[in-house]
Design a protein around this ligand. Structure first.
Ligand SMILES: [Zn+2]
Length: 305
């Protein structure tokens, strides 16, 4: 007979309603590697039974959990002319998972301090709850201060370090204090060893590189705003665009981040070579092809149950 823990890991590997990062967190939690975890489960017409199935596994493993109310989520249905059309695909639930009652109590303390806007103590508790390194939590606390971010980074270096960290540490879920953080490097190696041992099929999918050559449309540009809703950096030394695949790739219209020093007009169609893993995507633009005038989104109202 397969034991309960192995069955929960199997569920994490196979569930349709868990996106890769959620699978990763659940496997690390199920193996006892992460002390607590927050996991999102999506359900639609095709996997309605997965919610109950998941909760059965949690109960059989004596895992304490709390669920959020159901919220609906949207996906891009298609791109017609100059319009990105979205549709409501299903609902998602957030699960807070704990191995012990002490951890659950810690979580409630964390939420209380967060509500009272006592960020530094809330961050300390969160770090313990989710197994994040102290150096990274200290830096995270400092970065609540928008002026600290403004002094430390330029627009370019702010986004660049985010993307660098995703590529360097694909197995961790916290913000590393830097891409040279030794505690994060150690944790990332440890997590990858645990995944290799317990969920080799997932590991293979998670780290596999896919090469896609396709057209994308330049959509919105990211920015960071100060407390007065003004852009944080007066002078931008780069642009962080969101690019949308014009045609579906593996049945999805992907929205991919692209940090570049080049200026691209909103609505420009580009052709590109993309290297994708489940954690990140590198877009290498080959040529500018066309332009869609008044490129815009058409979204449904979100319904909360
Ligand atoms: Zn660190």
């Amino acid at each position: 007979m397969i034991n309960e823990q192995t069955q929960l890991i199997k569920f994490a590997e196979q569930a349709q309603g868990l996106e890769p990062l959620q699978q990763l967190k659940l496997i690390l939690f199920a193996t006892g590697t992460k002390p607590s975890a927050y996991v999102l489960l999506k359900t639609d017409g095709k996997n309605l039974d997965e919610k109950e199935h998941f909760e059965q596994h949690l109960k059989h493993n004596n895992i304490i959990y709390e669920t959020s109310k159901a919220k609906s989520y949207e996906e891009i249905k298609d791109i017609r002319g100059n319009t990105v059309r979205w549709e409501i695909k299903g609902t998602w639930h957030g699960y807070d998972l704990f191995h012990t009652k002490t951890a659950r109590q810690g979580f409630h303390n964390y939420k209380k301090f967060l509500k009272e806007q006592k960020h530094s103590i809330a961050d300390k508790i969160a770090g313990k709850l989710y197994g994040y390194p102290d150096c990274c939590m200290n830096e995270y606390t400092k970065e609540h201060n928008i002026n600290y971010i403004k002094k430390k980074y330029t627009y370019y270096s702010f986004y660049k370090r985010m993307y660098e960290n995703d590529r360097k540490f694909p197995f961790i879920a916290h913000y590393p204090c830097s891409s040279h953080c030794t505690a994060t490097k150690k944790l990332n190696n440890h997590y990858s060893t645990i995944i290799r041992k317990n969920a080799p099929a997932f590991l293979k999918e998670y780290t596999k590189k896919h090469y896609v050559s396709t057209a994308l449309v330049v959509d919105a540009e990211s920015n960071v705003y100060d407390d007065n809703a003004q852009p944080l950096w007066e002078k931008k030394d780069a642009h962080d665009y969101s690019l949308i695949t014009l045609k579906p790739v593996n049945k999805h219209h992907y929205m991919l981040s692209h940090l570049t020093k080049a200026l691209l007009l909103h609505g420009t169609i580009v052709t590109a070579n993309i290297i994708m893993t489940q954690r990140w995507a590198d877009v290498r633009i080959k040529a500018l092809k066309d332009f869609i005038k008044d490129f815009h989104h058409e979204r449904k109202f979100l319904v909360t149950n």
